[in-house]
Write a protein that binds this ligand. Sequence first.
Ligand SMILES: [Zn+2]
Length: 97
Amino acid sequence: MNYRQQLLKASDVQRFLSAKGAVANCAVCGSSQLSALDEELIGARAALPVLKRDGDQVSSDGLFEVVLVACSNCGSVRVHERRLIEAWLAANPSMLG
Ligand SMILES: [Zn+2]
């Protein structure tokens, strides 16, 4: 299985964040109503554009893949590096399948 091609479920992201002891409340308003963007649900991944200038060594498409976690109360959006989450999930697959 090539995990890199998989779209992440919100539950996978939540498992990662809780295993890492990440703060479970919104940094802006303190709400505990945070939800990860469910890539399986929307069928897409999030990425930030990366500036590419002559001589820069960036990935071929100039994108930095991320996972977004949004607050349902104030709308603040948190960004996590997708590669770390993918690596952790590959080493810690869900028992639920
Ligand atoms: Zn908030």
